[in-house]
Design a protein. Sequence first.
Length: 168
Amino acid sequence: MMDAYFRRGVILICDVHSEGTLGFILNKPLDVNINDIVSDFPSFESTVYYGGPVQTDTVHFLHTLGDFIDDSVYVSNGVYWGGDFEKLKVLINKEMVLPDQVKFFVGYTGWSAGQLEDELDTGSWVLYEMDPNYLFLIKHDKLWQTAMLHKGNNHAVIGQMPDILNLN
């Protein structure tokens, strides 16, 4: 995908329904902390990521906290999306949540009904199973390459190519 929003982007799909698909770009950090964009948020060292070009006036979060955050949605392999934001703030105030358990996003990535399937049919995306390490342990600048290497075969070769092909 050559689009600047998605070039070498790793996206976690969180919701698929009859009206469309929603996900978050996992490896596009912004130069802000969650405290910079949410005024009443407790002190918490957590970079905010660009989740995608849809509704960039919204903040979302992915986490490993499961049942500790009411109304969170199970996504895959111990990863949850959203939930009670006020409860998250209380848990952070009580130092019950660490920065490596939650990741914040401005905006999200969205596709209308059938759009993502069409893009998959044309080869615009590579599908791979979610590994929670992608979200919480692998550094954002190595995430795309790591995911491509895990996919294997030709993808592993592509994952080792430099972003600027003239440097190859």
